[in-house]
Design a protein around this ligand. Sequence first.
Ligand code: VGL
Ligand code: ZN
Length: 190
Amino acid sequence: MTDLSRSALILVDIQNDFLPGGTLAVPDGDSILKAVNALTRRPFRAVVATQDWHPPHHCSFSPQGGPWPPHCVAGTHGADFPDSLRPEPVTHIVRKGVLQERDSYSGFLDNDRATSTGLDGLLKGLDVNHVIICGLALDYCVTATALDAVLCGYQTDVVPDACRGIAGDSRTVLEKLESQGVLLTSLHDF
Ligand code: VGL
Ligand code: ZN
């Protein structure tokens, strides 16, 4: 079994609004939860859940001219983690997209590359050198988080079985991740 003592599991944006019934539902998004809950049982040094956490009139929302329907408004049910996600293994929560004028797909840095969420410092402080990433949506926040993890110097794995994308075809996304140094790993590798 892999040594996970310097590994962190990152759960990207597994929140009610990205699940069926939510305002920005990822097709079939709820089907990852079994795999995610299995992963969180492994002995990672840290299990970090990122949480999209927007002010009510965030710049990414369509009424403000942004690309997305309003979603994950801070403090609402849509921003909550679903009851189907086991909460007790989660050691840290990192919120992103919290500033009115900036969006953040990545769990590390906002889209303007101007402000950090603190995730890199958190992981470096825990002596983590390897991250395993899963969650929603594969083609936006999971991809952005994985590419930043590579840039921040982590050995970076994505578990495709525990991810779903907004666009149906994940193949090109996965190829891009691999070409940037991300390892695609199976659930059974952990
Ligand atoms: C996401 C669009 C807007 C995501 C977040 O988690 O992939 N996508 N906000
Ligand atoms: Zn968002």
